[in-house]
Design a protein around this ligand. Structure first.
Ligand code: PTJ
Length: 525
């Protein structure tokens, strides 16, 4: 078989060839070819790229391997056929043992893999033949045989392409298990201490690179990589990445069809959004959030400048603690509803967390917002790659700096510390030249927001950033007194709708109980 280098799937075919060659050389098990097919299918769903979830797991794995006292890399047929050289390099750099441990164990395969690893530079290969005298509890068959000098004594075991039983047994035996598995739903993925949901052909080189970078880093930095890592959360993110990728490739949001007022032409609204750049020293820009039709309809009649379909949807609508899990699909659903209700006012939508991590994702997702009637998008943080591609495609973008809820670990005022203030100021300067329409300043000191507003050409819109900004934005349910206390200091409740609604409902209850409702006026005859 010769894939040729011009084939669009050349890389994938090249990997297959390696496995077929490995099978013919007695390295890869027959079932290893099937296992690879399963992996390939998941890789396809993941977009054949190392996602941010995988990078986080790779960094946590690098830190774990650098902290380990007796790390061991467990090698099977597929891992050897695809990554022998890099496995040897990895073992050398973290001083790890290499142990051959096979599901379909045979002396000839063990030896073929040992020879391959040795030709790649391995000095000592563990687990071969009689050397594997120790036993892994809870595992039947030959697979339970492990080397007393290797996996049996290891504190950390790296297992690329492992099966669920052995991963569970290794964890039970007290090992920290790092798994590489393209299937985020597998038992291995769920049982391992750290799961890298990525193709071994990308994951091992990336792991090598992360170790090179981190090996000179201060201990606290390595500890931070570990303490901030949560395998379950990360696996959920990998699953969401599959979902996200499916949305991207089909390019069709799976939204329920709603029979209601049609959407307006979008170029007119984009024009009025772009006009906002001229409001630097003009009347203040007024912006409010909306997530539902009725609120957007009412706001639309007030003549404010922008409606934001914010990912504050997480808290204000879904009752979540933060905005981190709001998805593209949820945003599109609300964006479509709000943009139908707002006949005059430009509507922008928040690009939710992880929806603009590279050019392609940013552009495809922003276009999906345009398709449901949105006029522009807001992006958290100074993200030049995403912002450039959108601006060069004439999609209005609003920037957002200061407190960034999608990544924040705490909700507190930013910029009191000089370094942090300088960082935010520098981001404002960089955003000013990036072509954004306006910049949201969230929860920063008045001093910093004044300095930014007076320095840059782009209008600033504050939320918890004091009076000097060129405009103000609030979360509408906060302004209406619908959200539960405590709300941030900057929130001014202009009405207590919470109480009004309670009163109305109590009155309805009383009327029905006492027979006062329905009366003649509200009855058909
Ligand atoms: O060499 P042996 O005898 O030890 O046998 C090795 C195989 C792979 C046959 C054995 O470990 C096995 O049967 O594995 P499973 O249970 O089929 O699991 C393989 C897992 O690896 C699946 O979840 C695949 O999605 C995943 N996978 C396959 N190819 C890759 C992969 N993960 C990362 N990178 C890949 N290239």
């Amino acid at each position: 078989m010769n894939a040729g280098m011009v084939h669009p799937r050349a890389e994938s075919l090249h990997i297959r060839e390696k496995l077929v060659d490995g099978f013919r050389a007695g390295i890869v098990a027959e079932a290893g070819l099937m296992a690879h097919g399963r992996g390939e299918a998941f890789d396809y769903l993941l977009g054949e790229k190392t996602g941010s979830h995988a990078m986080r797991a790779i960094e946590a794995s690098a830190a774990t391997l650098l902290f380990a006292t007796r790390p061991v890399i467990s090698v099977n047929g597929n891992a050897a056929a695809l990554q022998a050289e890099n496995i040897v390099k990895l073992a050398k750099i973290v001083n790890a043992g290499i142990e051959v441990n096979l599901y379909y164990r045979s002396a000839s395969r063990e030896n073929a893999i040992k020879l391959l690893l040795e030709s790649a530079g391995a000095e000592h290969v563990l687990g071969i033949g009689e050397a594997a005298t120790a036993r892994l509890e809870g595992i039947g068959s030959e697979r339970r045989r492990i080397d007393p000098q290797g996996i049996a004594a290891a504190d950390v075991v790296l297992v690329p392409l492992e099966d669920g039983d052995r991963t569970e047994a290794l964890v039970k035996a007290g090992k920290l298990v790092i798994a590489i598995d393209l299937n985020p739903l597998s038992r291995t993925a769920r049982a391992a201490s750290i799961t890298i949901v990525d193709n071994i052909v990308r994951a091992i080189p990336a792991l090598l690179e992360a170790i090179q970078t981190l090996k000179t880093a201060p201990t606290e930095q390595l500890e931070a990589k570990l303490s901030s890592f949560d395998n379950n959360k990360n696996l959920n993110e990998a699953t969401r990445a599959i979902h996200q990728h499916l949305l991207l490739v089909t390019n069709k949001p799976t939204l329920p069809k709603i029979d209601g007022p049609p959407n307006r032409p979008s170029n007119r609204r984009a024009d009025s959004l772009n006009q906002l750049r001229h409001r630097k020293n003009g009347p203040k820009i007024i912006m409010l959030t909306a997530y539902d039709f009725q609120t957007a309809r009412i706001i639309d009649q007030t003549g404010i400048d922008i409606i934001l379909v914010g990912d504050s949807l997480g808290m204000a609508f879904q009752g979540a603690n933060n905005t981190k899990a709001v998805s593209m699909e949820q945003m599109l659903y609300h964006a479509e509803i709000v943009s139908r209700a707002a006949q005059k006012t430009p509507v922008i939508a928040d690009m939710p967390a992880h929806s603009y991590e590279n050019e392609q994702e940013a552009l495809t997702n922003a276009k999906m917002f345009l398709d449901v009637g949105i006029d522009g998008v807001k992006i958290e943080g100074y993200k030049p790659v995403a912002i450039n591609i959108l601006v060069s495609n004439k999609i209005p973008v609003i920037g957002h700096i200061g407190l960034l809820p999608q990544t924040a670990d705490r909700y507190s005022v930013r910029g009191r510390d000089t370094n942090e203030a300088n960082q935010i100021f520098n981001d404002a300067i960089a955003l000013d030249d990036s072509g954004v329409t306006a910049i949201i300043l969230e929860s920063i000191t008045e001093e910093l927001s004044k300095r930014i507003t007076e320095t840059i050409k782009t209008p600033t819109i504050g939320i918890g950033a004091g009076k000097y900004c060129d405009g103000q934005v609030l979360v509408t349910p906060d302004l209406l007194g619908l959200t539960q206390t405590p709300t941030p200091k900057y929130v001014k409740k202009y009405v207590k709708l919470d109480e009004s609604i309670q009163n109305a409902i109590s009155q309805f209850k009383l009327d029905v109980t006492q027979g006062a409702y329905p009366d003649r006026e509200h009855t058909y005859y």
